[in-house]
Structures are given as structure tokens and as C-alpha cells.
Design a binder for this molecule. Structure first.
Ligand code: NAD
Length: 386
């Protein structure tokens, strides 16, 4: 089997890595950039710090800070207008997956023409975009190293997934110190997103010998660090462990794939605006129980890698431990089930089941699952997770 593995050509990780931005731009001769971020990053002082560093080095920076969580088509187009008006030569993304994904699509739209839907799916972007420098501030999506972007089409209530190596950042600056400000609820949501990346990359039908090692390392690091980072937000070792987990999870899933959890999670995000990591966490136990017969040995390895199952336990027993452990993890991290989420109204959820199942299947992700579900099985899984 031939397998392809794409990551940014430069990944700089460790405390203070974000301060490498100026030298990285300088060595490429870039002196006009668009900084894509959100209002929190401006208010927290982090975006102004970066603008000040760049301006001290003579790099002109235009700021687009209007990215909303789950960025929309309109967010991307507004950023693109600013990029063109400022004649930027490169894009810098600062924030969680939302600003990074928005920046990726702004960067490719600067050199590719046509409606954004045209780039949805795999390998649909003809030309490389402007160079992108990604600085993540949540330890979750791994978007800083992935060739994936997710943009919400609010007119159709669909999260559009694009996967193409032209979406890869040129440079990822992975600085765990930027995550020390995350409150526990955000740490939990993005942390379970990371775990879902590791698990789905590992059990996917598209897993390869190159994606298994980062997937397992991601899972191990989450087992060792997530609950500590949630309890003690300023614990540097735990934050560093989660940041590395997120980046490795991104390397793994973007070159293997995500699967049924992500396929079912995106429609919940598009319709109910539940944070991406939270909707993943709510689905993960039920989808794992459903998928287990297709990859018992792999799910058992996940349980052992998390430290939840003893080596001597049979694969079947270890895989069952995983399902129970994922349910218990949600309880410990105070992630409530779908029915208890304030943004999900029961009648609208029931009325949306067919659309959600159809959109999940149309995304292609369920087809990579160890057990490929039918439309009716997806509807039943939404009902079980409720
Ligand atoms: P996010 O970027 O939407 O941010 C969530 C909230 O956290 C925002 O209010 C933000 O301002 C705040 N925040 C960010 N960093 C913070 C910090 N250090 N301290 C305090 N608050 C902080 O959240 P996310 O989970 O990182 O990204 C979710 C998006 O990423 C979704 O749209 C999802 O579909 C997408 N995604 C993309 C990929 C990919 O590979 N491209 C993978 C998974 C998910």
C-alpha cells in the first residue's frame, strides 16, 4: 500500500516558540502580513504583542479579528477583502482551530478562484495559496499541522470539510504557554477533540504505518495529561503534554482520516453551534461501542495506551473498558450528554435527525469507520447518544 504523509515543512515546538514568528517571516523575505485572529486574542493582549513584535521588525501587519467559533463563509470573505486591500504577502493565524481554518481558506482563495464549495472534499484546490504561519492557542484541533479546513456554510447549515495539501501551513509555531489561559471547560472540550483525533486516526480504515505512531503518542499523552490540565490550568507539564498531543493528533488524522464521530459531530455543530470538542465527546462512547466489532484489537490497544486496561486483559474486555472509560471521562470532565446541552432543543434535534444523518454520510467520514454505518444506524446512534 502506498501512503502519503503531509505536514508543514517547519514545526517549532516548546515554551516561547511563538516568538520565532518574526525570524521565520524574515528568512522568507516577507514584510506585509495579514494576522487572522479573534476578539478574545485581541482582548487578552496576545494579538497586540504579536503585532508589536512584527512592527518592531519593520513588518506591516493588517489585523482581521472578526473570526467567530466555527468560522463561516462570510468570515473568510471579509478576511480576504482585507488581505487584498492590504496587499499582504503572507497570512499569520493566531488562535484555536477557528482562526487557523479561516486563515487557511483566506490564503488559498488569494490564488484560487471560484465559490468556496468548489474546494470541499479531498484534493480539490488547484493552486498553492499564500504562505501561512499558524500559532495555535488551544491544544485541540491540531489544525496548525493539518491540510484540513472546516468552514460553515450558514445558508445550508453545513460544515464544509476541505482536505488538500495546499491548505498546509508553511510553519507551525507550537507554544504551550499560550494555552495556560484556557478555562477548564475549554480544556475539556478541546482535549477530548484531541483524543478523538488520536482514536479515529488509529482505528480508521485509512490508518497507515506512518500515522499509527503519532496517533498512539497522542492517545498516551492525553491519558497522562488531560485531567491534570483540566484540574490545574497553570500546570506547565500538563499543558505541554496536551499541546504535543494535539499537534501529533493533527499529524495522524489528517494523513489517516477521522471517522464516524467527526462525521456525526459536524452536523450537530452546524445546526446547534455546540463547540466541536463537546459534540465529539458526547458521541464518542456510543460510536465506539457501535464500531468496536470492526477493530477490537485496535480499540483494545487504545484502552491499554490510555492506561485504562491491564496488558493481560483480552482484547474484547479491554475494548469494553474503553467504552466505559470514555463515558466516565465525560462525567469527570463535566461534559454533559446531548439532552442536557442548553443549545440543543429536543424537538428540533428530533426533527433534524434525517438531515444530520444525510449530512454525516455526505461528508465521507463515516465510510472510513471500522464498521460503516447505514443511514438508519446513524439515526439510531444519534438517538442513543441523546
Ligand atoms: P475555537 O478556535 O473555536 O475557540 C473557542 C473559544 O476559545 C473562542 O472563544 C476562543 O477565543 C477561545 N480561546 C482560544 N484560545 C484560548 C486561550 N488560550 N485561552 C482562553 N480562551 C481561548 O476552538 P477550537 O476547538 O480550537 O477550534 C474549533 C474549530 O476547529 C471548529 O470549527 C472545528 O470544526 C475546527 N477543526 C479543525 C480541524 C482542522 O484540522 N482544520 C480539526 C478539528 C477541528
Amino acid at each position: 500500500m502506498i501512503s502519503q504523509f503531509n505536514i508543514p515543512s517547519t514545526v517549532i515546538a516548546g515554551a516561547g516558540a511563538s516568538r520565532e514568528l518574526t525570524p521565520q517571516l524574515r528568512r522568507r523575505g516577507l514584510d506585509r502580513v495579514l494576522l487572522v485572529t479573534d476578539r478574545f486574542m485581541v482582548g487578552s493582549g496576545l494579538a497586540p504583542r504579536i503585532v508589536a513584535e512584527l512592527s518592531a521588525a519593520g513588518i506591516f501587519t493588517e489585523v482581521f479579528d472578526d473570526v467567530q467559533p466555527d468560522p463561516s463563509v462570510d468570515n473568510v470573505l471579509a478576511g480576504l477583502d482585507l488581505l487584498r486591500a492590504a496587499r499582504s504577502q503572507a497570512v499569520v493565524a493566531l488562535g484555536g482551530g477557528s482562526p487557523i481554518d479561516c486563515a487557511k481558506v483566506i490564503a488559498i482563495l488569494s490564488t484560487n478562484h471560484g465559490p468556496m464549495e468548489q474546494f470541499m472534499g479531498r484534493d480539490k484546490v488547484p493552486n498553492a495559496g499564500l504562505p501561512l504561519f499558524a500559532i495555535p492557542t488551544t491544544a485541540g484541533t491540531g489544525s496548525e499541522v493539518t491540510k484540513v479546513a472546516v468552514i460553515t456554510d450558514t445558508r445550508r447549515d453545513v460544515k464544509m470539510m476541505m482536505l488538500d495539501s495546499h491548505l498546509l501551513p508553511a510553519v507551525a509555531l507550537v507554544d504551550f504557554e499560550l494555552t495556560l489561559s484556557m478555562p477548564p471547560a475549554l480544556t475539556a472540550a478541546v482535549g477530548v477533540d484531541t483524543l478523538t483525533h488520536g482514536i479515529e486516526a488509529y482505528v480508521s480504515k485509512l490508518a497507515t504505518p506512518l500515522t499509527d505512531p503519532p496517533a498512539l503518542s497522542c492517545i498516551r499523552l492525553v491519558g497522562e495529561n488531560l485531567e491534570c490540565a483540566w484540574r490545574e490550568p497553570t500546570n506547565r507539564a500538563a499543558r505541554e503534554g496536551m499541546m504535543l498531543a494535539a499537534t501529533q493528533g493533527g499529524m495522524a488524522f489528517a494523513n489517516s482520516s477521522v471517522a464516524l464521530v467527526h462525521g456525526m459531530s459536524r452536523p450537530i455543530g452546524a445546526l446547534f453551534h455546540v463547540p466541536h470538542g463537546v459534540s465529539n465527546a458526547m458521541l464518542l462512547p456510543a460510536v465506539t461501542r457501535f464500531s468496536m466489532p470492526g477493530a477490537v484489537a485496535r480499540y483494545a490497544t487504545v484502552a491499554r495506551t490510555l492506561g485504562w486496561s491491564r496488558v493481560m486483559e483480552s482484547d474484547e474486555a479491554a475494548a469494553m473498558v474503553l467504552v466505559d472509560g470514555l463515558e466516565a471521562l465525560n462525567v469527570r470532565l463535566q461534559i454533559s450528554p446531548l439532552r442536557a446541552h442548553p443549545k440543543i432543543e429536543a424537538a428540533r434535534f428530533r426533527a433534524s435527525l434525517d438531515k444530520m444523518a444525510a449530512d454525516a454520510l455526505a461528508s465521507g467520514s463515516p465510510q472510513n469507520n471500522p464498521v460503516v454505518p447505514t443511514f438508519d444506524q446513524i439515526v439510531a446512534l444519534y438517538q442513543q447518544a441523546w
